[in-house]
Design a protein around this ligand. Structure first.
Ligand code: BJW
Length: 246
């Protein structure tokens, strides 16, 4: 992995250059080759559902059973034997182990493929599929199977409903403070397999540039915010990410 030349570093003498800090943002594209579908298909539907029906608090209030079923199905897919981390997840875990500076891994994905590849400290800014939370207290529970009509929290009396621990449109993403801390001393920002359509994640590249960081996009095709990146590596994540890391 070659050292990025950022505005800040280029003004420093070589003797005082410290190990550089990397912030990586991943999206659905990194898990596509592991068998998990991306979101923005040409027909605008997510697995045959309208976005507003399954990924908004209003959709959940209107038809909680539909939304629970949608996430139950995705949880079941995640557990199936053919879903495994791919070479891109593995390369990022290797980078985290071997890089001398900080590597902050932020994912918009709710799957657990980064962790299964060996990554640690992953910030799941849009939540986690294998967790649910109490609608009243926000207490979070690990959850492997289906959420049924009988599923209730154990933190309230009487017990309350559980909802998927995911971030829907109009809700505040998870870990924003930690992400902002990492952005304070970022030298290299890399976005992998994300379409640049959803904020605040799509705006991180601008924040990184404002800090003087170099920015790279790795994607099958240029994202919506592609003009904001210094460099692009285009192709399958399972090929381009290991090439970039190694
Ligand atoms: C490959 C590949 C291969 C394929 N190899 N690549 C303007 C500014 C700021 C905010 C807004 C704004 N206008 C509207 C908003 C609000 C809204 C928003 O962004 N709306 C847009 C539609 C405009 N944002 C929100 O509501 C967010 N909250 C918020 O803003 O709170 C206010 C606030 C923020 C900050 C501080 C204080 C207050 C919340 C957004 C929540 C998004 N939730 C979802 C669902 C999560 C649960 C679930 O999974 O069901 O998150 S939506 C969905 O989109 C999911 C994803 O994480 C997210 C991003 O999708 P992603 O990962 O980019 O996937 P795709 O499918 O779009 O793209 C796949 C990419 O992969 C493509 O580029 C392919 O080329 C590539 N690819 N195969 C490499 N093999």
């Amino acid at each position: 992995l070659k050292k990025p030349v950022s505005k800040r570093q280029s003004t420093m003498s070589p003797q005082i250059i410290k190990p550089y800090n990397i912030v990586i943002l991943t999206g659905a594209g990194i898990s596509a080759e592991s068998g998990i579908p991306t979101f923005r298909a040409a027909d605008g539907l997510w697995e045959n559902h309208r976005v507003q029906d399954v990924a908004t608090p209003e959709g959940f209030m209107h038809d909680p059973e539909l939304v629970q079923r949608f996430y139950n199905e995705r949880r079941a897919v995640l557990h199936s034997d053919n879903i495994k981390p791919n070479a891109a997840h593995e390369a990022l875990a290797r980078l985290q182990r071997e890089h001398k500076g900080k590597v902050t891994l932020v994912t918009q994905n709710i799957d657990n493929l980064h962790e299964r590849a060996g990554s640690t400290g992953v910030i799941h800014m849009h939540g986690e599929l294998l967790k649910v939370r109490c609608v009243e207290t926000d207490h979070i529970y690990d959850w492997e199977g289906d959420v049924t009509a009988q599923s209730r929290c154990t933190c309230c009396t009487p017990a309350n409903w559980l909802r998927p621990h995911v971030v829907w449109f109009g809700e505040i993403p998870v870990g924003l403070e930690e992400i902002s801390d990492a952005m304070d001393d970022v030298d290299l920002f890399v976005a992998i397999g994300t379409s640049g359509n959803v904020y605040p994640a799509a705006g991180f590249v601008s924040e990184a540039r404002a800090m003087g960081a170099k920015t790279i996009e790795i994607n099958l095709e240029p994202a919506n915010n592609n003009h904001l990146f210094n460099d692009g590596l285009y192709g399958l994540a399972s090929e381009k990410v290991p090439q970039w890391v190694d």
